[in-house]
Design a protein around this ligand. Structure first.
Ligand SMILES: [Zn+2]
Length: 202
């Protein structure tokens, strides 16, 4: 993903958080969903399905797998909001996400609903939806502020930050790494080792 696209997604997420008056941790996704006129339903879904975005006329529904860990459900909801904001142009559409992986899409072609016409997304769209979800749940200004008082690279503190933002430790670790690298890129230090890691992740 280009840096320009990444920054644009970060700004989109921050804008929605401000408009929804939701720029405090943990992020209240209900407020964001309300702003975007989306109904969120916690449902029994096939285990491999994390989230579904259904757009039909003026109706917007997100179905999230209630059997999954609450933090995972939050990421799934934020991911589907990303598809809505970034990838929905017009017309009815169905997005079905199986096994949302951070920065990596792993499709499960066996899922019938996944193969419905109109449900297909590109790997680029999946990366963008994940980027939006990270930016929405772990907004850079709030995370940097929280991290200032801690040692970013201490595993225990990653865990504390993760519970503070109600996200998985994996999602938090990736986000911390990304933000540090974004900073280092902005400071024009292209030779830092972490810059390479950033490109590999994306
Ligand atoms: Zn997706």
């Amino acid at each position: 993903m280009s840096r320009h696209r990444t920054e644009s997604i970060e700004n989109d997420a921050l804008g929605f958080l401000r408009r929804a008056d939701a720029l405090s941790v943990p992020i209240d996704l209900v407020k964001v969903a309300r702003l975007l006129e989306v109904s969120v339903h916690h449902e029994t879904l096939e285990d491999e399905v994390s989230g579904v975005l259904l757009i039909k006329g003026p109706e917007r529904h997100i179905l999230v797998n209630q059997a999954h860990h609450p933090n995972r459900q939050r990421f799934s909801i934020a991911h589907e909001l990303g598809h809505l904001v970034l990838h929905h142009k017009d017309g009815d559409r169905l997005f079905v996400d199986t096994h949302i992986k951070l920065y990596q899409r792993v499709g499960a072609p066996s899922s019938k609903v996944y193969t419905e016409p109109g449900s297909a997304t590109t790997p680029q769209e999946e990366r963008e939806a994940n980027q939006f979800a990270s930016a929405l749940l772990m907004p850079a200004p709030l995370l940097k502020q929280a991290a200032k008082e801690r040692d970013l690279w201490d595993e225990l503190d990653v865990s504390a930050l993760a519970s503070m933002f109600a996200v998985s430790e994996q999602a938090m670790a990736i986000r911390l790494q990304q933000l540090q690298v974004v900073d280092s890129v902005l400071m024009m230090e292209p030779n830092r080792k972490s810059a390479g890691a950033f490109h590999e992740l994306h």
